[in-house]
Design a protein around this ligand. Structure first.
Ligand SMILES: [Zn+2]
Length: 73
């Protein structure tokens, strides 16, 4: 009972297509894939090969705009 199917140790993240997503470069639809690598998110396009990292929203990134208005006479 030796199963030769050993899982490859290569850390290949599973990419999944985003339904209805439009590539920002070639404007083609349903060609954009999305995957996660540790704490970072990426997406790429199967048509033109464009890939980019997505900025993850962190709660600490919520900057409250403090506007100081100085009245100068
Ligand atoms: Zn594209």
């Amino acid at each position: 009972m030796n199963s030769a199917e050993s899982q490859p140790s290569a850390k290949q993240p599973s990419k999944q297509f985003i339904a209805g997503a439009v590539c920002s470069v070639c404007k083609k639809i349903d060609g954009v894939r999305f995957w996660r690598n540790s704490n970072q998110y990426f997406k790429d396009c199967v048509y033109c090969g464009h890939s980019e990292q997505l900025i993850e929203e962190t709660p600490e990134a919520q900057d409250t705009l403090s506007i100081t208005i100085k009245q100068i006479d």
